[in-house]
Design a protein around this ligand. Structure first.
Ligand code: SAM
Ligand code: SF4
Ligand code: F3S
Length: 452
């Protein structure tokens, strides 16, 4: 097999944190089977692509990658190629993979990741290609291995799936109905992570604040999301708790109180608003209005004036008029987000919004999009400038991607800070004075020694 080592793997992960966490499970299974991470993906014996289907450009990236992998497979036919993730939960995609990319060895979905070892063995031992996609998830499978990407911070799933059916979104179709993990299983996992050196966890779910898991002590009782946060904040060794994504319609006063009371709960929240027009919000099936959203931000800022609030915005939802768009611009002005992910509406096959009349033309979408991004970024910069001269506690996560000589980390609120220090500081906290800012990151100077 020449340069190739059959017992190595590479996983290419597209999409959100759910996929990143799933890839850690797939990596854990591969390592349990004796595979090691490949130094370069072209030399890997097993290549896995974990796909995303949230917007059309995610689909296109996958097909682009397959074109490149085909060349690798032609040069080294023993390479095992597996594709999984959200795209594979759609029959039209599986059909296209089978008809156009017949050399792909394994196709599996989001509901049967736990089967991956068996599917891989099937290909390596029996030399048989497999397609195994489940329409729905069974019970949540606990105890799967994970090869985690970071030693000091970890993703922890608390729910899977989504019941909200926002009319533009493919996720409820690719991830199935919402299910909550048991509180005991989550707390147990976090205890183990902290015993292993993890200091910061991010609780994951499409809508974490609709979490409703069985109680550890009494399986007839349920634990809601704020209860879970209170329980987790008792875990020894854990310093920071984050979560994503929370949904504005399920953001209770009890959850706001948790922000006031729990020291370990980080003062940052990603709260996707999507649009500022009540008519569009209703067409999106979001379950809140512009004013209820803004009053939620006000309540959060009342308990934590400096809380970092980020959001997602969609431009060009079908039927969006100039007046609707102005409502979104007005919301941006009043909400003063610390930052926002901005997206052009992308029609997804099988979702109601893809079928709506009055699709907005690409020209109009782009014009609105550019105006929105410009204003969002300007506000981000204005807000970031307020940090200059402040001292923020930062968890050093590793080398900066943009400057190898710097370390990178995040403030409690989630702002990215680059600062000069050596590798011995990685995984430790330090108080860092913010001396410069731009739109996407801060530059800081370490004030105190790093602490465990
Ligand atoms: N569950 C989260 C929520 O409720 O906000 C986020 C889910 S989705 C993975 C992340 C973001 O992608 C959404 O908040 C939305 O802004 C965007 N998105 C989803 N479907 C989209 C579509 N069809 N076109 C454009 N953006 C989309
Ligand atoms: Fe998609 Fe809406 Fe569910 Fe988020 S809440 S995953 S946007 S359907
Ligand atoms: Fe993409 Fe699936 Fe996440 S569609 S955004 S990977 S849940």
């Amino acid at each position: 097999m020449g340069e190739k080592d059959r017992k190595t793997y590479h996983i290419e992960t597209l999409g959100c944190q759910m996929n990143e966490r799933d890839s850690e499970t797939i990596a854990g299974m591969l390592e349990t089977m004796g595979y090691a991470r490949a130094s370069e993906w072209r030399t890997a014996g097993v290549i896995v692509v974990n796909t995303c289907s949230v917007r059309e450009n995610a689909d296109n990236r996958f097909f682009g990658l397959l074109g490149r992998i085909k060349k690798i497979k032609e040069a080294a036919p023993h390479t095992v190629v597996a594709v999984c993730g959200c795209m594979m939960q759609q029959q039209h995609v599986v059909d296209r993979v089978k008809s156009t990319y017949g050399w792909v060895d394994i196709v599996f979905g989001t509901h049967n990741i736990h089967e991956f070892s068996r599917l891989l063995a099937n290909v390596t031992d029996e030399k048989a290609k497999v397609v195994s996609v489940w329409d729905e998830g069974g019970e949540i499978v606990e105890g799967l291995p994970a090869a985690r990407r970071y030693p000091y911070k970890a993703f922890v799933n608390i729910t899977r799936g989504c019941n909200n059916f926002c009319t533009y979104c493919i996720v409820p179709y690719t991830r199935g109905r919402e299910q909550s993990r048991g509180a005991e299983q989550i707390i147990g996992e976090v205890r183990n992570l902290c015993a292993d050196g993890v200091k910061e966890i991010t609780l994951l779910g499409q809508n974490v604040n609709s979490y409703r898991g069985r109680d550890a002590a009494d399986s007839e009782q349920y634990v809601d999301f704020p209860d879970l946060l209170y329980l987790l904040s008792e875990v020894e060794g854990l310093s920071r708790i984050r979560f994503m994504t929370s949904h504005p319609k399920d953001f209770s006063d009890k959850l706001i109180r948790a922000f006031a009371e729990l020291e370990k709960l980080c003062p940052g929240v990603h709260l996707p608003v999507q649009a500022g027009s009540d008519h569009i919000l209703e067409c999106m099936n979001r379950g809140y209005t512009k004013e209820t959203y803004l009053s939620l931000l006000a309540k959060l800022r009342e308990v934590l004036p400096d809380i970092v609030i980020t959001t997602d915005l969609i431009v060009g939802f079908p039927g969006e008029t100039e007046a609707d768009f102005e409502e979104t611009m007005d919301l941006i002005e009043r909400a003063r987000f610390d930052s926002a992910f901005t997206f052009l509406f992308s029609p997804r096959k099988g979702t109601p919004a893809a079928e709506y009349d009055a699709q907005v033309s690409e020209d109009v979408k782009h014009r609105r999009f550019n105006r929105m991004v410009e204003r969002v970024n300007a506000i981000t910069l204005e807000k970031n400038r307020l940090y200059v001269g402040r001292t923020e506690r930062v968890l050093a996560e590793g080398r900066s991607k943009t400057d190898e000589t710097m370390l990178t980390g995040r403030t409690a609120g989630g702002k990215l800070v680059n600062f000069a220090s050596d590798d011995r500081s990685i995984g430790k906290f330090a108080d860092v004075e913010i001396v410069g800012v731009n739109t996407f990151s801060f530059f800081g100077r370490v004030k105190d020694e790093f602490q465990e």
